[in-house]
Design a protein around this ligand. Structure first.
Ligand code: HEC
Length: 205
């Protein structure tokens, strides 16, 4: 075997290995995102351990600033499932399987004479709003395969707008009820990244 021929063989072999590796890693990327679990009737199961996911932020729309009629007067604590966040970090895109939850937390209540009319209270850090008990859980989920007919492949679910225990499963809302507003007003692929500095910090990179 000439030196040239041996070199060529090595080169070809290396190329095959490299192409294989890229392929495997692409596939891994897709399957590395943890998808939500569904029941045979098509309802989604409540996620596990969402409070240990990546925390995105807490939009807050108190009654006092909404004529006493905020649809969600609670704090909205928002988290993204870690493997979906890892994909977003790498690509700037929400992968199929992305799960984002919003858990509601009531404004902390005190005795009436210790609360201002707007529901705020004085605490050692100052006057403001502080979190009380949990009051509901919602999920936004993307899967352009399972939900190919939904705009963007996104669907929204609610496990109850109430104190715990939450419902164990939830049926998808019609897109007019939830998704349409997200489509119209959310900055990035149905997600309100304009309110989440944790995601924007990754988009700038
Ligand atoms: C009128 C507009 C509107 C409608 C209708 C709406 N949402 Fe949202 N949604 C928002 C906004 C604005 C946010 C950003 C954070 C916040 O204010 O809570 C949000 C955020 C979310 C999030 C966190 C992820 C994200 O995309 O930011 C989930 C989960 C969610 N909504 C679920 C639902 C569900 C379930 C419904 C239907 C029952 C629904 N939404 C209907 C406006 C809407």
């Amino acid at each position: 075997m000439t030196k040239k021929f041996a070199f060529l063989l090595v080169a070809i072999f290396t190329t095959i290995l490299a192409v294989g590796a890229v392929h495997t890693s692409l596939r891994a990327q897709d399957s590395s995102v943890l998808k939500a679990s569904f029941n045979p009737d098509g309802s989604v199961k409540i996620p596990q351990n969402w409070r240990t996911w990546i925390y995105m932020g807490t939009p807050f729309t108190p009654n006092a600033l909404n004529d006493g009629k905020a649809p969600f007067p609670e704090f909205h604590n928002v988290y993204i499932e870690p493997s979906a966040f890892a994909h977003f970090k790498k690509t700037g895109k929400f992968a199929n399987g992305t799960q984002i939850v919003k858990e509601l937390a009531l404004v902390r209540q005190k005795a009436k004479d210790e609360m201002y009319k707007d529901g705020s209270t004085d605490e050692v850090s100052g006057r403001g709003y502080f979190q009380g008990e949990f009051q509901g859980l919602e999920l936004a989920y993307k899967d352009t395969g399972r939900f190919s007919k939904e705009p963007g492949g996104w669907v929204c679910f609610s496990f109850g707008h109430k104190a715990q225990p939450y419902n164990k499963s939830a049926k998808a809302f019609k897109s007019e009820s939830c998704n349409a507003c997200h489509q119209a007003s959310a900055a990035t692929d149905y997600v309100f990244t304009q309110f989440y500095p944790v995601l924007r910090a990754e988009m700038k990179k």
